[in-house]
Design a protein around this ligand. Structure first.
Ligand code: NDP
Ligand code: 8X3
Length: 269
């Protein structure tokens, strides 16, 4: 097994938004890298998809234990109840991957639907903060009070560079970036690592959700481009978590080769 596989061995990893895209690929990549005794808590709203993924992982990697949980991160009550509801062997979460997130629409102010505003904020911002607050106490209690564990927050280029038609999504990812930086500073006297990964363009269901299920419009986003795959981002997450405990990959921006900013893409033909 690789050095990273050994470092991850026996850990309990909780991934939000594991039913699709980056979250799903991250679950598979963790299992592939450390197939012996990993424990995965996979959460999302679509439980059927999580159950299928759990079956796929345990068939391929019988040493990995998987606990799928239906969880809407935008519901504070559900998030609050989660730690207590975990089976004993999954209770000590070593790694929290705050990945669940979404964008809705491309409307500009003053035409942005109130429901889209609240969905994006309650999922991307409040959901991520509530998840962090739910899991952090058990991380802080470890290691004779010195704390241990990793919090990986998935931001976006959109959090660094606001663009037209993305004002709310960009603001949510800027909030994630700001919360992440404060958290790292607040936890400086502990051994908890706070890791931030900001992808550029990744082809997942992200654009399908943005265009309310319109596959053709979603495809148009990637016309003439070769976007990142969710596996590309998953590999970077595993790389970050798999570093030696004293190494914190604090911040990273990841583009496909044709992208140089949120809006500067080189499109073929
Ligand atoms: P997908 O749409 O493929 O996956 C999003 C995941 O988030 C799904 O598993 C979905 O599960 C979950 N999710 C959405 N809302 C909720 C909720 N309320 N509660 C729980 N889970 C929820 O998109 P990506 O994989 O691309 O997105 C993952 C993250 O990456 C997001 O935070 C996104 O902002 C970020 N990102 C994406 C980029 C891209 O270009 N694709 C670029 C930069 C960042 P379910 O619907 O089953 O609940
Ligand atoms: C997703 C990247 O540029 O489509 O976070 O907003 S972008």
């Amino acid at each position: 097994m690789s050095a990273v596989g050994k470092r991850l061995s026996g850990k309990t990893i909780l991934i939000t938004g594991a039913s699709s895209g980056i979250g799903r690929s991250t679950a598979l990549e963790f299992a592939r890298t450390s197939p012996d005794s990993l424990k995965l808590i996979l959460t999302a709203r679509r439980i059927d998809r999580l159950q299928e993924l759990a079956a796929e992982i345990t068939k391929e990697y019988p040493g990995v234990k998987v606990h799928p949980v239906q969880l809407d991160v935008s519901d504070p009550e559900e998030v609050r109840k989660l730690p207590m509801s975990l089976p004993d062997e999954f209770k000590e979460v070593d790694v929290l991957v705050n990945n669940a997130g979404l964008v809705k629409g491309v409307a500009k102010a003053p035409e942005i639907a109130e429901s889209d505003i609240s969905t994006m904020i309650s999922t991307n911002v409040t959901g991520l903060i509530n998840m962090t607050q739910a899991i952090l106490p058990s991380m802080l209690a470890r290691n004779n009070g010195a704390g241990a564990g990793d919090i990986v927050n998935i931001g976006s280029i959109a959090g660094r560079e606001p663009y037209i038609g993305g004002s709310i999504y960009c603001a949510t990812k800027a909030a994630v970036r700001s919360f992440t930086e404060s958290l790292r500073k607040e936890l400086i006297a502990t051994r908890v690592r706070v890791i931030s990964i900001d992808p550029g363009q990744v082809e997942t269901e992200f654009s399908v959700v943005r265009f309310y299920g319109d596959q053709e419009k979603a495809k148009g986003v990637y016309a003439g481009c070769e976007p990142l795959t969710p596996e590309d981002v998953a590999e970077i997450i595993i790389f970050a978590v798999g570093r030696r405990e004293n190494v914190v990959l604090a911040d990273s921006l990841v583009f496909p080769n044709h992208q140089a900013s949120a809006t500067i893409m080189h499109r073929r033909g």
